[in-house]
Design a protein around this ligand. Structure first.
Ligand code: CA
Ligand code: CA
Ligand code: CA
Length: 743
């Protein structure tokens, strides 16, 4: 440590700042020699050297340094790097008298400590530094080309530099919402988070998969391994964020309901930071589906209240229906404004055959390509294995710890358009290939954007016919500054359009949306497999291609029909425009871009730099009742039981009535009589004595005895004859009176 001059002023805030600066300078001085060959030679061969900080007018510094060095019997080796007033002095024996090092140290230290011009001095010591490079003994790590590509340098997610700076996902919990996570295997167990996990299929806290003959249920485990596989355990692979905690929610191994999906999206949402969902509706090129009412609501709730109010992060894969011309704009999870939609590229940076494209895709990352391409390796039971089938599921875990920033990645296979804000986007690759180095550098200085602002247009009733190619239907809606005044929105993020269209063959429609800048989004692509005759009913398409552009202006919706004229034309019934954005001006956007680019050097990673972060809100875990498959079965059984007894009861009542009606002859000769206490009953009995009727059957008596409420009894005379059809008075049982039936 440096020696401070004796008699220094007392400690003060100003001193603290100065000390900080000096310590930094000293620390700087200690590593600057590494970059300076002359100083390195002196400092690293066991010779005595001192760094000295001088206090003097700038023009006298050199002279003072020379004089001081001479006085101390040292040689002035010159200024330390570019630091004004900082010099390196070395002891160079002249060959005649080699003094004891200890004696020299004492004398030099004493001189420097007493000298008026010396602010501080420090003898240079050898520093122990090891070169930073990563060594993993995991046998499959060399095959994890997406993490570190030796064969094609640069064709990876650029994560190793981030790991070297000890950014490994520590403090973050990622939850894999899937068919379970085999958390006992060696590569996952140390990072497993039981407190973030749940099994919605069996309604218990353990998401262990249930492999069966049809399905091994390894999908969730593979994703978990790709995210957080433990490094240097001589087993299998290394996870992309191997310092993170990994949880599992088992929900895909059994019947899935909207409520189950909804619960999964908010399960342990104060523990889990990132929800990795590598699944979605069928990628068959004819499905249009997404989260339903509850799922949508829980996604929104998670984004607002999850992660102590900072918002849960939902990452979804764009889909694997590329070979069926499927498009992720027909997938409500990918379309949602609450998810980060990630597509796939192969090792060459091209779009693989299975990958889906859409206007709502934010970015892409690496996955396997065709058979000639290398796949992604991940953890698998019972042992580590190459993933047999490529897919965008592989891409999802890689993004699971990434904040949302745009990256530029040029690929000749994709068609890129630059929007008004200067962001390049392609339907195939979103805003580009994820780059962990850039993302983490950006995250270090990222401050929250303003609250989401939105604008919703009225429902625009059209009822207009959609013409065939080459003509098209165009409708427009102008958003004025007055419309945006209430929310304060200036710039766009997502633009969404909700349409109701009738058409005899849905896959023949092509829908485009033009933002005020003219930026075009192909939100509805034609799909040869989709012959659905019902069109679209309130389906919401979204696009991110106008991100950062000004919100006000005219939005145009263009629809055309590429089908044959044997079908009747479709009709645009109605549409509605929804804008999501913020109060940031285009200038604010530019400023943030500038800050990000400035931060890309890694200087914020190398230090303990961190931005102040509020502690977050104290939001309790949601306790909601789950309707699982087992609960449904129990309810069904109970329902059947209730229906059976109701039926039986009604049948019995019915039969009893019939019996009374058919056989009114009282088989018993003994008299049946109602003994009532009140005058009314006696009067009724008297009246009944004059009426004619039949005797009461024994079965009737028995039934009445068992249950006097069964039917309305008739009044009987002394011979047991039914004598009256008068309405029976309120049941004496209910009135608490004594009742006697046939003796
Ligand atoms: Ca379980
Ligand atoms: Ca491992
Ligand atoms: Ca799809």
């Amino acid at each position: 440590m440096p020696h401070w001059r004796r008699g220094a002023p007392l400690w003060s805030a100003g001193m603290e700042a100065t000390l900080c600066i000096h310590t930094c300078l000293w620390l700087s001085a200690s590593w600057i020699p590494l970059a300076s060959p002359a100083l390195d030679a002196e400092g690293s061969h066991g010779k005595l050297t001192w760094a000295v900080s001088l206090e003097a007018p700038e023009e006298e510094l050199e002279q003072r340094a020379e004089e001081l060095a001479r006085t101390a019997g040292l040689v002035n080796m010159g200024r330390v790097g570019e630091l004004k007033g900082h010099y390196l002095f070395a002891y160079q024996p002249d060959g005649h008298a080699v003094a004891e090092h200890e004696a020299i140290r004492r004398s030099v230290d004493t001189l420097f400590a007493q000298h008026d011009s010396v602010r501080w001095h420090s003898e240079q010591k050898l520093l122990k530094r090891s070169k930073r490079s990563l060594h993993f003994n995991d046998p499959k790590y060399p095959q994890q080309w997406h993490l570190n590509n030796h064969k094609s340098p640069g064709k990876d997610i650029n994560v190793t530099g981030v790991w070297e700076r000890n950014v490994t996902g520590r403090g973050v919990t990622v939850v894999v919402v899937d068919d379970g996570v085999e958390h006992t295997i060696k590569d996952i167990q140390p990072n497993y988070s039981p407190e973030g996990s749940y099994d919605l299929n069996s309604n218990d806290p353990d998401p262990m998969p249930h492999p069966d003959e049809e399905n091994g249920n390894h999908h969730g485990t593979r994703c978990a391994g790709e995210i957080a596989a433990v490094p240097n355990n001589s087993f299998c692979t290394v996870g992309v964020a191997f310092g993170s905690r990994i949880a599992g929610i088992r929900v895909l191994d059994g019947p899935l309901t909207d409520s189950m999906e909804a619960i999964a999206f908010n399960k342990h949402y104060q523990i889990n930071d990132i929800y990795s969902c590598s699944w979605g509706p069928d990628d068959d090129g004819k499905t249009v589906d997404g989260p339903h009412q509850l799922g949508k609501a829980e996604e929104e709730h998670g984004v607002i209240a999850g992660r102590r109010g900072f918002g849960s992060i939902f990452v979804v894969a764009s889909g694997n229906g590329g070979q069926h011309s499927d498009n992720c704009n027909y997938d409500g999870y990918a379309n949602s404004i609450y998810t980060v939609t990630i597509g796939a590229v192969d090792e060459t940076g091209s779009m693989p055959f299975y990958a889906e494209e859409c206007a709502s895709m934010l970015a892409v990352t690496f996955s396997g390509g065709d058979k000639m391409m290398r796949s992604i390796v991940s953890t698998r039971v019972p042992v580590c294995a190459l993933l047999a089938t490529p897919g965008t599921a592989r891409t999802c875990p890689q993004v699971s710890r990434a904040p949302r920033v745009s990256l530029q990645y040029e690929d000749r296979h994709a068609k890129w358009d630059t929007n008004q804000a200067g962001f390049s986007h392609s339907h195939q690759h979103g805003f580009g290939l994820l780059n962990a180095w850039r993302l983490v550098n950006a995250a270090k200085i990222w401050e929250s954007v303003p609250y989401l602002a939105s604008y919703v247009s009225p429902v625009l009733k059209e009822g207009r016919s959609i013409p065939w190619l080459p003509q098209e239907l165009e409708v427009a809606w102008n958003v004025t500054p007055a419309d945006l005044q209430l929310s304060g929105m200036r710039t766009l993020e997502h633009v969404a359009v909700t349409v109701t269209i009738t058409h005899p063959r849905r896959g023949n429609l092509e829908i485009r949306l033009l933002c005020p800048s003219g930026m075009m989004s192909l939100i509805g692509t034609t799909r040869s497999m989709d012959s659905d005759p019902n069109g679209f009913s309130d389906w919401t398409f979204s696009t991110v291609r106008c991100w950062g552009e000004e919100a006000q202006g005219t939005y145009r919706l263009l629809i055309r029909d590429i089908g044959d004229d044997s079908l009747r034309p479709g009709t645009l019934r109605q549409w509605q425009l929804t804008l999501y954005g913020s109060s940031w001006s285009p200038a604010d956007m530019k400023e943030r871009q500038r800050l990000l680019e400035e931060a890309m050097s890694g200087r914020y990673l190398s230090s303990d730099f961190s931005l102040p972060c509020p502690p977050g809100l104290d939001i309790p875990e949601e306790q909601r009742y789950t309707i699982t498959a087992n609960t449904l079965k129990t309810l069904l059984l109970l329902g059947c039981f209730a229906v059976f007894w109701t039926f039986y009861y009604m049948l019995e009542v019915c039969l009893t009535r019939n019996e009374v009606g058919l056989d009114l002859a009282c088989s018993s000769s003994s008299s049946c009589r109602w003994y009532q206490q009140g005058r009314k009953h006696r009067a009724l009995e008297k009246r009944a004595g004059t009426a004619k009727g039949a005797s009461l059957p024994s079965s009737w008596k028995t039934k009445q005895a068992l249950n006097p409420f069964l039917v309305e009894p008739a009044l009987l005379d002394a011979q047991g004859t039914v004598v009256s059809a008068v309405p029976f008075p309120p049941s004496p049982f209910l009135q608490g009176q004594d009742v006697s039936l046939c003796p």
